[in-house]
Design a protein around this ligand. Structure first.
Ligand code: OOG
Length: 263
């Protein structure tokens, strides 16, 4: 990351403080409408470096976003996006997340991939992704855009590390070769009521396709996935909002369930 102007530093500090202070802020493109998507990824790098230092944490993986056609259409874009996961974003099924630490959180059902090989290069295929994956597991991602009313452009959301906030991994892990990953059915309930249903097919047709897509994007920047990374492959349905007192369970065919409770 090359910090070119003081405004880069200002934007990074602005987004970091919004998360730290749990408050929504006006989107950055209101003030910097000329920012490009490449610059947004550089700002994301800067934000992550700043966050890692301030929070005494480190990178443990990546997350993909806007991988479903429905969400791309909603945003009027044709591309998915990616951001990074920090160790302090990991939350647990047995420990309620605190509503007071979140701005306006939403939960998304996803399949997490655990890589036991590096995955790099412009020609990474779905098969390469599956070969590099030791386990897949059910996951809930908590997204918590720092922007007012969850409204943003692609540039805004990329700079904001794709709304990443927390994520929870379920306890049932499987080899990706033991299930039909291209069509894992999912039901997500809130307090016992069905809120969303979906399939992993919503994630660019197959979650491994989404990860192969990301590998290509990363390769263009001289990067890749590395052994040990956890990768959230993108939402299988619309995100749902939650408040204190709510319990969300996402149940996946063949992969068990994952629970999020909020206090
Ligand atoms: C952007 C992040 C969305 C996904 O899986 O689509 C995302 C947002 O909607 O805030 O993580």
């Amino acid at each position: 990351m090359i910090l070119k102007t003081s405004s880069d530093q200002e934007i990074i500090e602005y987004l970091y403080c919004a998360e730290r202070d749990v408050r929504e802020v006006v989107k950055i493109t209101d003030q910097y409408p000329e920012l490009t998507i490449e610059q947004a990824y550089e700002l994301q790098d800067g934000l992550l470096a700043h966050r890692a230092k301030k929070n005494h944490t480190k990178q443990i993986g990546l997350k993909l976003g806007l991988t479903s056609k429905a969400k791309q259409e909603m945003m009027g874009v044709k591309e998915a996006i990616y951001g990074y996961l920090h160790a302090d974003m990991l939350a647990y099924e047995w420990e309620p997340v605190k509503r007071s630490e979140l701005i306006h959180p939403k939960a998304e059902p996803e399949i997490a991939f655990f890589l036991d090989q590096d995955l790099q290069g412009e020609n990474v295929t779905e098969e390469d992704v599956l070969n590099a994956t030791k386990y897949v597991a059910p996951a809930l991602e908590i997204i918590d855009s720092r922007y007012k009313d969850f409204r943003f452009t692609l540039v805004d959301v990329v700079a904001d590390n794709c709304s990443s906030s927390k994520f929870i991994i379920g306890s049932q892990w499987a080899s990706p070769k033991d299930l039909d990953l291209g069509n894992v059915g999912m039901v997500m309930t809130k307090n016992g009521r069905v809120e969303q249903t979906g399939s992993s097919a919503a994630v660019l047709g197959h979650p491994a396709t989404a990860i192969a897509w990301a590998a290509k994007q990363l390769a263009a920047r001289g990067r890749g996935f590395t052994k040990g990374d956890v990768v959230l492959s993108g939402a299988m349905s619309e995100a749902i909002s939650f408040e204190s007192g709510d319990t969300i369970i996402a149940q996946f065919a063949e992969l068990g369930s994952v629970l999020l409770s909020c206090e």
